[in-house]
Design a binder for this molecule. Structure first.
Ligand code: HEC
Length: 401
């Protein structure tokens, strides 16, 4: 379905742009806060508690941060909320376009759990809604008064989510659901907490009322969570290109380890921004990631079972059998549980064609990549001929793909 590919391209493109704007603005403001200096006396009298100078794009900028608020509300005030909202909306649309429209190919892996499309989508949405709800309840409970204990609870929530997702869905589908959960938590923080707190501050300043510092405090905890979640979520967004992570037998543990280590590395930058240089944090985080890489990809003794062509199931039609044989000849060198290709040691994008069941479940993608986009077999390494592609096209037509 080429139109779905185009839709996916445009929405993904937008999603990346919005995400860069969101996380970029967030990184910029953290940097800003941590780089402010004591302003001169005349600025202090205006209520400015910190200022800084910067040069960028051919101009000088002077930024000041008020201890409470300006005397008069400026006509234009920039909020920075649509970056977050549009990232979430486009991300959710993409989840539906890629994983829910083609759930049987991307979300369901019968070797993990044999779900119907409806069941898989239901579990996916349930995981997201349940996770955000639990997080919100925890934030509103006394747990929020103990930030370190809360951090442990949040970690536990993500561990459970990773474990459940990887035991329900395909590796890719599981990782993206954990990413979607983190993204939803981050946006809920902006929408339900950070924005309302800012609105109260703005209203108070406009009405010339004092600003209650407590409004900012609740929003602060959420902001800290969002800050630590940025590196893990960015890893998950690119993880789809690295099947050695989500295809690993303990893929949930790989995910948890990389999330925890990247949040730990974020901690190094947070410390550095407040003037504490702790190389031990950065180095231990990097060594940890190296250890994960060694654990995941340590060369194993050669697997005795090489992928051998299996006979076509006898129940198949002649055309089915022809396609089955073509896939055996042209695809399973790479797309198998144990690929024999010298470069691709793990099935690319988790796409495996070992059994007829797998072939027919991913039939739409199979036909698309061999006869429409024609980028498979990869670099036409196995020299698939036009006649062979025509057979696959005929099969796709017969099946209605
Ligand atoms: C030499 C290795 C190799 C061979 C042989 C090969 N592929 Fe691929 N395949 C890849 C790689 C690498 C990717 C990932 C490309 C990317 O990241 O977009 C891929 C991706 C795919 C995808 C995309 C999945 C997705 O989610 O977008 C499909 C479908 C696919 N291959 C089908 C086939 C079919 C059908 C054949 C046989 C006709 C085949 N491949 C042969 C290496 C191979």
């Amino acid at each position: 379905m080429p139109w779905l590919d185009w839709l996916s391209l445009f929405v993904r493109w937008f999603h990346v742009i919005a995400g860069i704007a969101w996380i970029g603005a967030s990184f910029y403001f953290i940097w800003l806060d941590n780089s402010l200096e004591t302003p001169p006396e005349w600025k202090k009298q205006k209520g400015i508690k910190g200022d800084l100078w910067a040069v960028h794009g051919g101009g000088f900028y002077e930024v000041g941060k008020y201890a409470y608020g300006p005397e008069v509300m400026p006509k234009t005030l920039h909020w920075f909320k649509w970056e977050a909202y549009s990232t979430w909306m486009s991300g959710f649309a993409l989840l539906i376009i890629v994983y829910y429209f083609a759930a049987s190919a991307y979300l369901i892996d019968p070797a993990v759990m044999n779900l119907t499309e409806g069941e898989a989508i239901g579990r996916g949405l349930g995981l997201l809604a349940g996770g955000v709800l639990l997080y919100e309840l925890a934030c509103r409970s006394p747990l929020a008064n103990y930030p370190k204990v809360f951090a442990l609870a949040l970690t536990a929530l993500l561990v459970v989510a990773s474990y459940l997702a990887t035991h329900w869905f395909s590796g890719r589908g599981a990782y993206i659901h954990v990413g979607a959960l983190i993204g939803s938590i981050m946006v809920a923080n902006v929408w339900l907490n950070i924005m309302p707190a800012q609105r109260k501050m703005v209203d108070a300043v406009a009405a010339k009322q004092p600003v209650d510092p407590a409004w900012g405090a609740g929003a602060k905890l959420r902001s800290v969570h969002n800050n630590y979640l940025t590196l893990p979520i960015l890893f998950i967004m690119i993880s789809n290109h690295y099947p050695m992570t989500y295809q690993h037998p303990q893929n949930w543990l790989v995910l948890v380890a990389i999330m925890a280590l990247s949040a730990w590395i974020r901690h190094f930058f947070n410390l550095r921004h407040v003037g504490k240089f702790s190389p031990a944090v950065l180095i231990s985080g990097m060594l940890g990631l190296l250890a994960v890489a060694l654990w995941v990809s340590w060369p194993k003794a050669p697997v005795a079972v090489t992928t051998v062509a299996s006979p076509s199931p006898s129940s198949l039609s002649t055309l089915d059998k022809q396609v089955h044989t073509l896939v055996q000849t042209h695809c399973i060198g790479c797309h198998a549980a144990n690929p024999t290709d010298e470069v691709f040691k793990v099935a690319p994008l988790g796409v495996k064609f070992d059994s007829w069941e797998q072939i027919s479940r991913q039939g739409r993608q199979l036909v698309n990549r061999t006869t429409v986009t024609r980028d498979m077999p990869f670099l036409n390494k196995t020299n698939m001929t036009e006649e062979e592609r025509a057979i696959i096209a005929a099969w796709g037509k017969e099946k209605g793909f």
